[in-house]
Design a protein around this ligand. Structure first.
Ligand code: CA
Length: 373
């Protein structure tokens, strides 16, 4: 018993000594000028102020970085229009007017058409597949290479989950009902919709409600039940269609001016990277949580009918998506001397087709088993 107590005492002394050595080392490091430097950065976003989940996510990121860095990296967050207009976020970060930005890559399609593959592709991968591709399948490295000439570093920071197909004033039974239909639908989905004979309208989120209510457009997509309900879209059109074939899981991005990024000590860079990953998951979980609640509210509304797009329409839109992407790749290559769209398209497709083999055996088969009666 005595022998054991002595041994235990020695063990305790050993640990105390080992720990105090460690504490000293940390203090020594902390006293060096580089690691004590305080960075005051600005982040601009593409979202309206107080926009739930999206803007909240950017603010949450700044809070987490401040706490984890013990106040060494302080980021002030500005909503779209507060410091720079929403659609100038990319340029502001690229030029170093501000250090960081939060948005989604498809907003920059005019400058970098291939960025759309890191955002959302019609009939493409959902959040799970996108995460697998970005973090492990070379997607993020490719994305960072594509942004590098713009002096930008980038990390994923959020995913909307599968969106809804949108609000329609009349029922959609076939491709014929799409012909001439004026719909607000952005990005690659908008291009496919146009290819299907629709009349694609581009419009900022703030204008959607009035445009649909007054009949300037016949249909619109926005996000999913939570954000759509908040915007009051249930008061503008009766038919709420699913699934959101055009946006099966839109990825958000944290953009960082690369010259500024390189000035950060390694530990602050790691804090930024890890916080972006955590907020990415937080945004996705928030979307899934609030959407199931909002859907329950919408189901109770007598002026709303929730309908699934007919299968044959979805099949036609899927075939038109391939045609649209192939044509876009060829046009950019031949007329705009841009081989990168095709390069990213090929990388995306190659991963997606392998992933879909696994997805069929896992998620898809499991989901089908839940429908058995
Ligand atoms: Ca959308």
């Amino acid at each position: 018993m005595y022998k054991f107590s002595v041994f235990f005492l020695l063990l305790v002394i050993f640990f105390i000594t080992a720990c105090s050595d460690k504490v000293e080392t940390i203090q020594n490091n902390a006293s060096s000028s580089t690691s004590m430097e305080v960075f005051r950065w600005k982040m601009v976003t593409t979202w309206p102020s107080n926009f739930p989940i999206f803007q909240e996510g950017a603010e949450r990121f700044a809070d987490e970085v401040r706490v984890m860095s013990n106040g060494r990296l302080n980021i002030n967050v500005y909503a779209g229009g507060e410091l720079v207009p929403a659609l100038q976020v990319f340029d502001a970060v690229s030029q170093g007017t501000v250090e960081m930005g939060h948005g989604s890559p498809y907003y920059w399609a005019g400058t970098i058409p291939e960025a759309q593959f890191f955002s959302s592709v019609p009939f493409g991968m959902t959040a799970k597949g996108m995460n697998a591709w970005l973090y492990n399948g070379g997607g993020l490295l490719l994305w960072q290479q594509i942004y590098e000439p713009f002096n930008l570093m980038v990390f994923p920071m959020g995913n909307t989950g599968v969106q809804m197909g949108g609000w329609f004033k009349k029922k959609i039974n076939s491709l014929n009902d799409i012909k001439g239909l004026r719909m607000r639908i952005p990005g690659l989905g908008g291009k496919v919709f146009k290819e299907a004979g629709g009349n694609t309208v581009l419009m900022a989120g703030s204008e959607i409600y009035t445009a649909l209510e007054r009949g300037a457009i016949d249909a619109t997509e926005w996000v999913s039940p939570f954000h759509d309900l908040r915007l009051g879209l249930d008061r503008t059109a009766r038919y709420y269609y699913y699934p959101g074939w055009h946006e099966p899981g839109t990825v958000f991005e944290l953009m960082i001016n690369k010259s500024k990024w390189e000035l950060l000590p390694e530990d602050l860079q790691k804090i930024v990277e890890v916080a972006a990953g955590a907020v990415s998951e937080w945004i996705y979980a928030q979307m899934e949580f609030h959407n199931q609640q909002a859907l329950a509210v919408l189901r109770e509304k007598e002026n709303v009918e929730i309908l699934k797009f007919p299968d044959d329409l979805l099949l036609k839109l899927k075939l038109l998506t391939k045609k649209t992407l192939d044509e876009e790749a060829a046009t950019l290559m031949n007329e705009k001397n841009n081989p990168r769209f095709k390069q990213v398209y090929d990388a995306y497709e190659s991963f997606r087709s392998n992933y879909s083999n696994w997805n069929k055996l896992s998620d898809e088969a499991y989901q089908k088993s839940l429908e058995l009666k």
